[in-house]
Write a protein that binds this ligand. Structure first.
Ligand code: GLV
Length: 324
């Protein structure tokens, strides 16, 4: 008997071909929210689960999955999963670190450049008839060379952002709960306190995981420390920023601009006030959205899944304590 694996959201067959013939795959219907009936009906007999970051894997769900031996998340972040509850049950949780590093760092620089050079606004002006002449003072943006970029979190993605930012002549500072001298040397970034980063950076970019200590990290107090000319970039997780505080910061011009690939909530409803603010630019969580990246993420997720089903250590496991 082949192990039963739930894939609540369909993926292109060539991304998951390593599962062919190895598992009984229950694939959900293409739908935007929730799981389709064929998936929910199979919950109690599932040995493995290949989840997306939009799937909430909590105590209530795990309770209904007595046979579950592996949760493999097709993402580097695992904030959608109650990892402690999985650990208590001895279930390893896999993720896909590294696969999306370059794509997410590229997108971060895209956001930063778009905000610095006012692309959303100037493109809209051109399209809507406000481009009447070449104006020496029109659409003036921020210079990058010599400006300071503050990086919150200096993991793989933070370092990849640093590598790119150096090419633009930005001066780099970073903050994370504990300094990491070897990463720091490689990134060419100087460790500063959180307050110093927020108050001296011309650009602040977030690259920390979402967990209990980073939820709401960028709150009213943090935003009030920023320069009025500063630009905030978030391609990490929406809830790292306190949304109501950000709305106030943008409305009252505490900061100049926010460029967001992630929001809280997600998706951000079409009537959300953030969309109406001229100093905010929002993308629908596309940090890892390149053909090659998403395929690699799916392949890594399949590798973790198959290892878990075979009782082997996962190549990428966020709760290795299950093996001790
Ligand atoms: C994407 O947001 C990821 O965590 O992989």
């Amino acid at each position: 008997m082949k192990p039963v694996v739930l894939l609540p959201h369909p993926l292109p067959p060539d991304w998951i071909s390593s599962l062919d013939g190895r598992v009984e795959l229950i694939v959900g219907a293409e739908q935007e929210t929730g799981w389709s009936a064929n998936v929910t009906e199979s919950i109690s007999r599932a040995d493995g689960l290949l989840s997306l970051l939009t799937d909430r894997i909590d105590e209530v769900l795990l309770e209904k999955m007595p046979r579950l031996r592996i949760v493999s998340n097709m993402a580097v972040g695992v904030d959608n999963i109650d990892v402690k509850a999985c650990t208590r049950r001895g279930i390893p949780v896999g993720n896909t670190p590294g696969a999306m590093t370059d794509a997410t760092a590229d997108l971060t620089l895209s956001l930063l450049l778009a905000a610095a050079r006012r692309l959303p606004e100037s493109s809209r002006d051109a399209r809507e008839g406000r481009w009447r002449t070449w104006s020496p003072t029109g659409w003036l943006g921020a210079d990058l060379r010599g400006a300071t970029l503050g990086i919150i979190g200096l993991g793989k993605i933070g370092r990849a952002v640093a590598e790119r930012a150096r090419g633009f002549g930005l001066r780099l500072v970073y903050w994370k709960p504990a300094p990491s001298p070897e990463n720091e040397a490689a990134a060419g970034a100087r460790y500063v306190t959180f307050d110093e980063l927020m108050s001296t950076s011309d650009f602040v970019t977030l690259h920390c995981p979402l967990n209990e200590s980073t939820r709401g990290l960028i709150d009213e107090a943090a935003l009030r420390k920023m320069k009025p000319s500063a630009i905030l970039v978030n391609a990490a997780r929406g809830p790292v920023v306190d949304t109501p505080a950000l709305v106030r910061a943008l409305t009252e011009n505490w900061i100049r601009f926010a460029a967001l690939d992630v929001t809280d909530p997600e998706p951000l409803p079409p009537d959300h006030v953030l969309y109406s603010l001229p100093n905010c630019f929002i993308l629908p969580h596309i940090g890892s959205a390149t053909h090659g990246t998403r395929k690699r993420m799916a392949e890594m997720a399949c590798e973790n899944l198959l290892s878990g089903l075979d009782g082997r250590r996962l190549p990428n496991c966020v709760n290795p304590e299950v093996y001790s």
